[in-house]
Design a protein around this ligand. Sequence first.
Ligand code: F6P
Length: 564
Amino acid sequence: MSHLTDSPAWRALVAHQRELADVHMRTLFAHDPDRGARLRVQWGALLLDFAKNRVTDETMTLLYQLADARELRARIDGLFAGEHINHTEDRAVMHMALRNPVDQPAFVDGEDVMPAVRAELDHMARLSGRVRDGSWRGATGERITDVVNIGIGGSDLGPVMVCEALKPYQRPDLRVHFVSNVDGAHLGATIAHLDPATTLFIVASKTFTTRETLTNAHSARRWLLRGLSQHPAQLTVEAADATLVARHFVALSTNAAGVAAFGIDPANMLRFWDWVGGRYSLWSSIGLSIAIAVGMPQFEQLLAGGHDADTRFRSLPWHQNLPVILAMLGVWYHNFFHAESHAILPYDQSLHRFPAYFQQGDMESNGKRVDHDGEPITDYSTGPVVWGEPGTNGQHAFFQLLHQGTHLVPTDFLAPVESHYGEPDVGADHHAILLANCLAQTEALMRGKTSAEAQAELLASGLSATDVAALLPHKVFPGNRPSNTLLFPKLTPFELGRLIAVYEHKIFVQGSIWGVNSFDQWGVELGKQLANAILPEIQGDEVVSVMHDSSTAGLIAWIRGQRR
Ligand code: F6P
């Protein structure tokens, strides 16, 4: 494979970008009445309209040629074949096996992993079923009313995002909470209103070594044991710590020894495997909080939606391949228009954690500065900054910059055609207003408002010619700002699963184009190491290490002084 920027496909795109740089999408639409009908692709009930992009048919062809030049088909085959594509950790990347139908084999290192996957799903079904039907009893014999997932990063963001998205499928008598931050405010505020006798903690950590999670888990255990020892209701089991913990703690991890050392009964541990990356783990045992919240049948629907996306991603040609289209459009803007960020804008309040989830998914995956061979990447950039908030809230916050700022920010608008919430409590007009806003924003970003249009409006409002001239530059919208629109009928577990897997594969495709390992995350290590060194310096009285720079040393000294 030639170096990326030397490849003919890349050079062709550079030349093509020069031709298109000053072409407005208004012109593209005006000259091509079929554009809207043509630049769209449908996967089942999921529709992607990508007509509001600064592309022509030729652009898409050139982008697909770049995908071919980067041997994308072979990369996809290698991914699904369980090759160790995460080479810096010498691991396969096979989270797709977690959503594979159990009667279809999936191989990792020559072994069909499906029997083990099925066994864990069964364990998950039993455990979540017992919590949901009330047969899981706490130490006082009461049923569980509150479940607290303690985890961070991939052991938190996915389950939170899905549980928030699937609220309409949850029961009011079984609440799920999430604690991730080591800031005691997070755990403290969560447990403040809980009863230890009816609370179940899930300690979710792939490695079971993550400082934040273990600190929160130890504090939760202390709170539980103290609370039970003073509880007005009598214990129905012996008061031994191990017995009490067994009634109120489960663990999700790949590290059985770490779980045992913490004191969680191995019978209460759901496992998964090192071929499941942390940020791809919501499909695994890490999804236990989801299964408890919405029930195992709905969790299986989530998996089925993910599998649907896997099947299509593996087999469809690029022009019908939704993640490939999204990925290549992202490459187009990031590398050829130098757009530095990408906004994910769900027009669905239930998806309010979706952008945060894919912030980790994308930025931890493709925020890399060396290629597969460890060579520094100097002549193209990788991994945009991913951000976003739900609409319509974003419109009243940061959309000003999207419309009239100096940055080009490509956007994805996501919306369900129907809402779970409606009459009699919520008026039917809410969702129509939401959808109208969603489409209006994509149209406004594309069309903009010309100087002539703005001037005509200002004159019609009765302003003087002098006032019109002064205001006019502020009223112009340049437009030509790209967006994708993804519509689905309703946010069901199946549609959500498919949507998540689409974005996962998009990240994989972009990593393949950029030639980076999308599945390691060494960049999070240095901060952890330094925090371990600084912790005793903040806590203790010993001399602050001379290894620190004067700023850090000064800040440590300041904190020590204030804490005294
Ligand atoms: O610090 C980054 C990270 O390693 C993520 O990749 C991961 O999702 C998170 O920490 C949590 O890790 P664990 O599940 O092992 O506690």
